[in-house]
Design a protein around this ligand. Sequence first.
Ligand code: ZN
Length: 395
Amino acid sequence: MSMKDVKMKRLCAVILVLLVPVVFFFGNRKESFVSALQGGKNLNSKVDEILKQNEDKELISNEVFQDKFIYLAFQKEDEFTSFFVDVKTGEEKLLFDYIKEDKKEEFSNTVQSLLYLKYPKFIADVLSLEETEKLVQLSNNELVIHYNQNILEPKIEESLYLRINYNEVKDTLDFPVSLDGEYNNENGYDLDKNKKAVALTFDDGPNGARTNKIVDILEQNKAHATFFMVGNRMEAGKETILNVLNKGNEIGSHSYNHKNMKRMKLEDVISEEEQTKEVYYKITGKELLYTRPPYGNITQQIKENLPTIFVNWNMDTEDWLHRNKDHIVQYVMENVTDGDIILMHDSYDSTVEAVEELLPKLYAEGYQVVSISELAQLKGKTLEKNQVYRSIEAN
Ligand code: ZN
């Protein structure tokens, strides 16, 4: 059957109606005629029924997938619904009926893994359990699953959907599709200039288990952070340092001894910074680009002469003082704005707990949580040596 759309289907319906008396006249030829039209009357009445039930919505897609099914999709505001009607039987079906019998599990696994690639765990956990059979959009090169907004806590502002390129599921589909030569899956770490962003920063580490726990929480939330570490703790915290970097986070210097630079001679500041860079290079083979001076303290002389990019903060959670999860979460959520650099310490359990609660809340409010370098990239800024940054905003 080569009908292109519902208009064609209706044309066929008209032809069918016109031919019925002829078939009736020839008596027992009726049966073979109907089977030649495959789904015949059943098909037409099911499609009509669906069109009628959804007449308050906009019909955004109606297509015949070869001899398999008629696909109908409707939209009303941000609500999306779709229907599959089997061409042979005229019965209403689900997408899953057109996944190959022995590939259904593979299909589900692919959807699941793409969901976790795109969304933070707290969202993917919920969406992966959702009934989505009516929310499938078929387009030229991909299928898109739409999700109900109202099932999440905290409530998410952006619309929830998953784009699945046909290449990802081509072996599982029991109907023909056209394939892109190249494509990208949606990835939750992809930076989006249209979204707000903040940089999370943690001072005074590496702190073993607490640092690693924060790294895990960041990963579950598709977030990155910058850890400003103390040089004399680095050797003992080697494994932690490598874990921080492996998960896409960033490390800066927080001096070698955590002394107040304002009370040090310039030459000592410079040589201690060299020492920190050396030990870090030995562990990672990488350079340290950023320095956060202890207490945020530097002099004009240090600023001009220490060859580094200084990164301070504009939002101090005072987590070291309050040691209270709720205080940190409330303070950040009440005060956060686009481009902020947030100061915390990976030294306290209360901070770890706060990060766990904060990241979903920030995501729900539309914030990307990123490293200093990513924030600069998002805001189109090149950070320069001998400058002090407290926040990074677009021009
Ligand atoms: Zn410090």
